[in-house]
Write a protein that binds this ligand. Structure first.
Ligand SMILES: CC(C)(COP(=O)(O)OP(=O)(O)OC[C@H]1O[C@@H](n2cnc3c(N)ncnc32)[C@H](O)[C@@H]1OP(=O)(O)O)[C@@H](O)C(=O)NCCC(=O)NCCS
Length: 393
């Protein structure tokens, strides 16, 4: 890894837009022409670029949003569009960019950063670890129940956005790892490559109880498959109706595909396992600012404890040392000091934080050292539903 100090991380300058668009297009098999619209949607200020002297070297897109942990939305900076032009690869520029980016986000006090990795080793060098999963569910529409047929759904209108977000939040709040979607992800929910998706809402006149957004993939035989970007229900009753609404597409529709965490509670309502589920991708998390990360998430209400950590972080100086996490009344307080009884690195803290691995499991694999008593307390503190996500970004 060569970490030359002559690299600079900053905004994407106009004169570098053409080579950057070229590198993104070749990296993600898309067109150069599609780039300006994508940058507008994401906000040009969110493009970070690496330069070496006059030359552009690499870029990434930061996506400000949140992620739910313990019933609270933790501010999270997502990363996408990491690209190095093919002729520059293997020089260490991506490693330098990611490490620099994380230090910048620490200064800005972002609690955590999350991304979908195309290679684990690159992001591990910036302190990210595997911390949650993204599952694909597929099923035949004909295998879904056609009942109940009421109440009716209605098409989504732009003025429904606030109600739509409230319904999604109800579903996502208690699902560790689900995104607190920002404008970038919401736009991807409503549109597929610039084309609006079909959106329908279950609305009782007071609030929205269910939503679905999809686009159709034409098959050679005139029938089509559906890909959902949103499938929300706020109660068991509305989940039954959302499933039967999907079933009502079965005369022309073949299969439906959607994404969620490792378990999707809506599917428990079916009489049989008529669906396939498959791990599509893992996501990685970087613990960026420890006090903000520990104090912004929710903790088990009935638990009162004092956990004493010793943390190592090769990238962020302030994350090193001994710290106490005091949990009480569902709140966490992170302060310097204590006996450092629980030894763990900042990267290994990520799968503990999300609930991807228990403390006991991390200890078994040599990624955490603690007494049996502290392990039991850690397992209780970080327990929760297995971390998953319903969106790719
Ligand atoms: C992935 C990518 C950004 C890496 O850029 P880079 O500047 O070559 O990366 P670095 O030189 O800093 O390499 C860091 C480490 O990442 C891993 N890595 C880099 N390229 C890799 C590849 N093609 N396959 C597997 N691992 C790779 C290696 O572990 C590498 O370390 P090593 O060279 O000591 O083995 C670049 O190959 C790229 O733009 N690819 C296409 C788009 C993409 O995959 N973006 C990431 C989306 S999450």
């Amino acid at each position: 890894m060569s970490a030359t100090p002559s690299f600079q991380l900053g905004p994407l300058e106009t004169r570098h837009e053409a080579p950057c668009a070229e590198a993104l297009a070749v990296s993600f098999a898309t067109s150069v022409e599609a780039m300006p619209a994508w940058w507008e949607m994401a906000g040009r200020e969110n493009l970070r670029a690496v330069t070496l002297g006059e030359d552009w070297q690499a870029c990434l897109l930061q996506i400000p949003m949140g992620q739910w942990f313990g019933g609270r939305s933790v501010p999270m900076i997502g990363v996408a569009g990491v690209a190095v032009p093919p002729e520059n690869r293997g020089t260490g520029v991506a490693t330098w960019m990611m490490r620099q980016f994380i230090q910048e986000k620490h200064r800005e006090q972002w609690p955590i950063s999350t991304l979908y990795p195309s290679t684990w080793s690159l992001y591990r060098r910036a302190g990210y670890e595997i911390a949650g999963s993204y599952f694909r569910y597929t099923l035949r529409l004909r295998d879904l129940p056609l009942q109940p047929r009421k109440p009716s759904l209605r098409p989504f209108q732009p003025e429904d956005q606030t109600g739509l977000e409230a319904a999604y939040r109800k579903r996502a709040k208690h699902r560790n790892g689900f995104l607190d979607r920002g404008s970038y992800v919401w736009q991807r929910v409503r549109e597929h490559r610039g084309k609006p998706r079909h959106g329908f809402l279950l609305d009782n006149g007071k609030d929205i109880q269910g939503s679905i957004f999809y686009y159709q993939i034409q098959k050679p035989d005139f029938f089509w498959n559906m890909e959902l970007s949103d499938f929300t229900a706020t109660s068991a009753e509305s989940a039954c109706r959302m499933l039967s609404f999907l079933a009502q597409h079965q005369t022309m529709g073949g299969e439906v595909e959607f994404f969620s965490g490792p378990h999707e509670p809506m599917l428990d309502l079916l009489a049989h396992r008529v669906f396939e589920s498959q791990l599509f991708e893992y996501w990685m998390v970087r613990m960026v600012h420890l006090p903000k990360a520990m104090e912004s998430r929710g903790w088990p209400l009935g638990l009162k404890t004092d956990l004493q950590f010793q943390i190592e972080d090769d990238l962020i100086g302030e994350n090193n040392g001994t710290f106490r996490l005091q949990i009480s009344g569902g709140e966490g307080r992170w302060t310097a000091g204590g006996e450092g009884r629980i030894q763990i690195s900042a990267p290994n803290l990520a799968p503990l934080y999300t609930g991807f691995h228990s403390a006991t499991s991390l200890a078994q694999h040599g990624r955490l050292q603690a007494s049996p008593e502290d392990l039991a307390l850690l397992d209780a503190a970080f327990a929760g539903p297995p971390p998953g996500m319903a969106d790719m970004f």
